[in-house]
Design a binder for this molecule. Sequence first.
Ligand SMILES: Cc1cc2nc3c(=O)[nH]c(=O)nc-3n(C[C@H](O)[C@H](O)[C@H](O)COP(=O)(O)O)c2cc1C
Length: 199
Amino acid sequence: MKSKTPNTRTPECEVDSMFIDRWSPRAFLPEPLPDYQVKILFEAARWAPSCFNEQPWLFVYATEPDKREKFLSALVPKNQRWAARCPLLIFVMARKNFEQGGRANRHAPFDTGAAWMSLALQARKLGLYAHAMAGFSQDKAYEILGVSRDDYHIMAAIAVGRKDESADDLPEDILAMEAPNTRKSWSEVATDRFPINEH
Ligand SMILES: Cc1cc2nc3c(=O)[nH]c(=O)nc-3n(C[C@H](O)[C@H](O)[C@H](O)COP(=O)(O)O)c2cc1C
């Protein structure tokens, strides 16, 4: 096994370990995922909450080599280098307007983020990891997926698979990032002091 940077994750209180155990590795095993696992991931996403229960998310996924190849071609080269090994690639989109009435749904990205997180946490429960990516060409993704910019906001690409514990195939520059990172203190991201501008 190649050397890695140390694990720097220390919770500040007794949070459920599922939140600490989810992270975004880049060393994946290429083995295909059984269909039932793919289904469970999207089942988890399906139960996310959303404004007016609109469920504005759409996950378009690729497991077959030719489809994965197409998805990969939309990613930036740095993401292609590691995501190429992932057996499941996804683009997740948020529908821009409410199905009922057609008004703009400004909550759709928030709701779609909740659905992605459900998928990511479910992945860990299956012994898998999910890694989101903003590094892709929007133009290419719209072209490949065949959706309209008027209808959908393509939020992220997601690579899912089993982690390669040896990380032997990872190029050195990517290997250097292959460790769980840390977070701001919770007191920096949550406060009961407001108005904020007065402090
Ligand atoms: C919307 C979004 C876009 C991201 N884009 C990329 C990306 O293009 N390439 C990449 O390697 N990681 C990407 N990441 C992973 C983040 O760098 C990672 O989630 C963050 O550093 C926190 O680390 P953790 O997920 O390991 O806890 C992205 C994550 C999110 C949620």
